[in-house]
Write a protein that binds this ligand. Structure first.
Ligand SMILES: Cc1cc2nc3c(=O)[nH]c(=O)nc-3n(C[C@H](O)[C@H](O)[C@H](O)COP(=O)(O)OP(=O)(O)OC[C@H]3O[C@@H](n4cnc5c(N)ncnc54)[C@H](O)[C@@H]3O)c2cc1C
Length: 330
């Protein structure tokens, strides 16, 4: 690991100002991803500005019924929060499906959103990787890509975003609050992570020095009956092959509202807009759920090693919505 300096941010203004003048500086949350990347030689910041102790460590009720989640809230605390468990259970389930207890005790909301792909070529500095070193190529296409993306990918990159938490947030129309030296702004979570296109090195809509201060969840009554399901190689301590966050409201056999997002299949949490549109106003039947999944996945471009994710994602959507629409326990 290259030598680096460490500072604990006194407040958000000084944290933002420090990064604005230092291209080689990075924010530090719990360090569970960034420090690993530093050990691997993928990241080499000269200065870490620790933002994990800023007073963005609360989950607060918003007027009108939503929640404001501070960027420094630890993943364990968010998963255990009573309001989250009662009103957005898929978010709590997604967090608990990720990493391990020790990691969740350290990991922060801001760091979780900003964590980088687990693509083995990205993490191995002895191999080319367009995300790590633009223009060097993508060996994953002809190499190991079983865990990688089937939709939203590009010729340059097929990496997936690994966060479970962000998938639930995407389903609930979360908004990411950001402050930088140019001021404050709000980025919808579904637009926060970029699709790779020609520039897979840029993961998110943030500029250098932008600090995530909170994530807001709007009031959404449907979310109280939401679920998160994750398919993975091991029952715990493994990233998703495919995951889903969903909520559905059915009245007299018809779908009145629905939210669906996938994880593990795309460079960002994949909000299933097409599946939702195909379901709203129609019957809540297995056939309709299957058609919705097929509409969503029609543009998938899987490779030989990850083509299994297409039927897996379809079956996961059908099974999960059937369980939810029937009111059955998962
Ligand atoms: C063995 C292992 C298994 C894991 N399994 C899973 C899993 O199954 N599912 C899952 O979702 N995750 C998993 N993770 C990833 C884990 O969730 C992330 O490492 C963690 O959420 C990152 O949060 P952090 O606070 O530690 O971020 P850090 O490592 O501190 O930072 C990550 C990035 O976020 C930036 N950052 C931090 N805070 C802010 C902020 N406020 N504003 C702007 N930028 C910021 C940093 O500069 C850095 O670029 C696993 C990790 C490990 C090591």
């Amino acid at each position: 690991m290259r030598p680096f300096a460490y500072e604990r941010a006194a407040d958000k203004a000084s944290a933002i100002a420090t990064l604005a003048g230092r291209p080689g500086a990075m924010f530090l949350g719990g360090g569970t991803n960034l420090v690993d990347l530093m050990k691997l030689g993928v990241a080499a910041p000269e200065l870490l500005v620790d933002v994990s102790r800023l007073p963005h460590d609360r989950v607060e009720a918003l007027p009108g019924g939503g929640l404001r989640i501070g960027a420094a809230v630890r993943n364990s605390d968010l998963a255990a929060d009573r309001a989250v468990r009662r009103r957005y259970p898929a978010l709590s389930q997604a967090l608990l499906a990720g990493a391990s207890g020790q990691l969740r005790n350290l990991a922060t909301v801001g760091g979780n959103l900003m964590q980088r792909t687990r693509c083995v070529y990205f993490q191995d500095v002895t191999t080319p990787c367009n995300k790590r070193q633009p223009g060097t190529g993508c060996p994953a296409r002809s190499g190991h890509h079983r865990d990688l993306g089937i939709i939203g990918t590009s010729e340059a990159c097929i990496a997936t975003h690994p966060s479970d938490m962000a998938v639930a947030m995407a389903a609930f129309d979360a908004a990411v609050h950001v402050e930088g030296h140019a001021g404050a702004r709000v980025v919808p979570l579904v637009e926060f992570h970029r699709l790779p296109g020609e520039h897979p090195d840029r993961d998110t809509a943030l500029e250098h020095g932008d600090l995530i201060t909170s994530v807001e969840l709007p009031a959404l009554s449907l979310a109280a009956r939401s679920r998160y399901r994750k398919v993975r190689d091991r029952a715990s301590y493994a990233f998703a092959l495919v995951s889903i966050a969903s909520a559905i409201e059915v009245v007299d056999g018809m779908v009145t509202d629905v939210r669906i997002a996938f994880g593990g299949i795309a460079p960002r949490p994949w909000r299933a807009w097409r599946a939702e549109a195909s379901l709203r106003g129609g019957p809540a039947t297995e056939e309709a759920f299957r058609r919705a999944a097929e509409a969503e996945l029609a543009e998938a471009t899987p490779l030989p090693g990850n083509a299994f994710k297409v039927p897996l994602a379809r079956n996961l959507l059908v099974r999960t919505l059937l369980d939810q629409a029937g009111g059955g326990a998962l």
